[in-house]
Design a protein around this ligand. Structure first.
Ligand code: GLU
Length: 477
């Protein structure tokens, strides 16, 4: 069988991670089986669909590198096709026109509510002839079988059955002539020869209705797999409105697509205890049989851990290309500092996201006008005479260093401390504050090496002036 899957988002909101996981599983299933993957935009809800959401969805899927073989198809461009099938269904009596007024339907609903029944259409127009005046307002309903069961073997949950008595006659064309969502899905899955429908569990109740329509038009029934929900850390359903759940949010926060994909893969699927999967391994091992049946919970710590892994293990040119975008956003010009591969080596083990790296690297590239005030108060204003002397002697040694290497810098710091009988710890923090302006940085000799000789010297000089000024001020007080 030629496997064909699809991802069919409605552009009523940005792509959130639940949708991205559905896309990933559908994509993986197709790729693993040498099949095809279709992208279809289900934009029949005119009021809620937006161009902005459509663009976000497509950009997010591209960013995740989930390439598609066909599409994007847009349902709004296929209305003629849907109407053609509806007209055929009217002719074959698989569908009928319903002329019930809003008033009647409201009354019916109220009656059912009072009698404790689930709201459903009572089939009033089902057996009336279709020859009523077409100009009279009507919808078209699917003639759902009234007896028997609909059974399907969900690829994740196992066999599921519905009684046809639970399913009423679904509207397939509205009174304004537009086809409805459930109907379009069916015709698309048929026309696009989809063999496996992989989608969220929130669609499970649509499946028996869709199967009945497929049967009535003699179309093959695809396999269905309904993925469990993703819950937020409070155990609540992730909503599209939840900002942090958008794929673009993760991109902007400095996550790599590989990390998000690996995270989403494991969020609801497992392969023994293995946590890290590159794309080839994902394709090799993925299977619908091992998708969890129960809901999964977001775990941001794990995502960070994976992101850090990928920052440090993916080819450095690749990570650099993503990092460059973040640096550009923050207007950090890297021409006067370490190359990006060196920057990743410097900060990759200390940062979990690319924005962390961006936020922590400015001192390598730009002068700072002021020391961080807490750092300056703690380590410079109160520096002892001993510290000042030590910084001074390190300054002199660094200024005459010809071979600017990490090793040589390390030796200078150590020998100066030894000579003044001071521990390295005593000078490490003031020196760090002097050269970076703050209290956190990679190992000092490595940091100083990356900052470069001229900049290091001018910054130590500035710190020495700051210390002297603070000492003088104290004397006058
Ligand atoms: N358009 C639906 C959604 O965004 C998905 C429908 C389907 O996969 O069948 O939830």
């Amino acid at each position: 069988m030629n496997i064909k899957t699809r991802f069919a988002p409605s552009p009523t909101g940005c792509l959130h991670i639940g949708g991205a996981r559905t896309a990933l599983y559908s994509w993986l299933f197709a790729r693993k089986n040498n099949g095809q993957f279709v992208l279809r935009i289900e934009d029949t809800d005119f009021e809620r669909s937006t161009q902005e959401a459509n663009t976000d969805i497509i950009n997010s899927i591209k960013w995740l590198n989930l390439d598609w073989d066909e599409g994007p198809y847009y349902q709004t461009k296929r209305f003629d096709r849907y109407n053609l099938v509806i007209n055929q269904m009217l002719e074959t009596h698989n569908a009928y026109k319903c002329f019930c007024t809003k008033q009647r339907l409201d009354g019916l609903r109220e009656y059912q509510r009072i009698n404790g029944e689930k709201p459903h259409y009572d089939g009033h127009c089902r057996n009336q002839c279709n020859n009523q005046d077409d100009n009279q307002i009507h919808v078209v309903r699917f003639r759902n079988p009234q007896k028997g069961l609909v059974i399907f073997d969900d690829q994740i949950r196992g066999p599921i059955q519905y009684h046809n008595t639970e399913l009423d006659d679904l509207i397939i064309r509205r009174s304004d002539g537009t086809p409805t969502y459930n109907f379009c899905v069916v015709i698309d899955d048929w026309d696009m020869k989809i063999t496996h429908v992989i989608r969220g569990t929130d669609h499970i109740n649509n499946t028996p209705r869709q199967i009945n329509i497929l049967k009535s038009i003699g179309a093959p029934i695809p396999h269905y797999a309904h993925l469990p929900m993703i819950l937020d850390s409070d155990g609540k359903k992730l909503s599209k409105r939840h900002g942090a759940a958008k794929v673009s949010w993760y991109r902007d926060q400095g996550y790599l697509p590989e990390a998000l994909l690996n995270y989403l893969l494991r969020l609801g699927w497992s392969y023994g205890n293995k946590e890290i999967f590159n794309i080839e391994e994902m394709k090799q091992y993925f299977s619908l049989n091992t998708v969890n049946k129960s809901a999964s919970t977001i775990n941001s710590k794990k995502l960070k851990w994976l992101n850090q892994h990928y920052i440090n293990n993916l080819p450095v040119e690749y990570v650099s290309s993503h990092l460059q975008k973040h640096l550009d956003n923050k207007k950090i010009n890297i021409h006067l500092g370490p190359r990006l591969d060196d920057l990743i080596k410097l900060l990759g083990k200390r940062c979990t996201t690319l924005t962390d790296i961006t936020d922590s690297c400015r001192y390598f590239y730009e002068e700072f006008n002021e020391f961080d005030s807490h750092a300056a108060t703690t380590y410079l204003s109160s520096a002892s005479e001993e510290t000042r002397l030590l910084l001074g002697s390190i300054y002199i040694k660094l200024s005459i260093l010809h071979n600017w290497t990490e090793e040589a810098i390390k030796n200078i710091i150590k020998s100066c401390a030894d000579r003044l009988l001071v521990s390295i710890e005593k000078v490490a923090m003031p020196l760090r504050v002097a050269v970076t302006g703050q209290i956190k940085s990679p190992a000092l000799h490595v940091t100083i090496h990356a900052i470069g000789q001229a900049r290091t010297l001018s910054r130590i000089e500035k710190a020495l002036i700051y210390i002297v000024n603070s000492q003088n001020q104290k004397e006058y007080q």
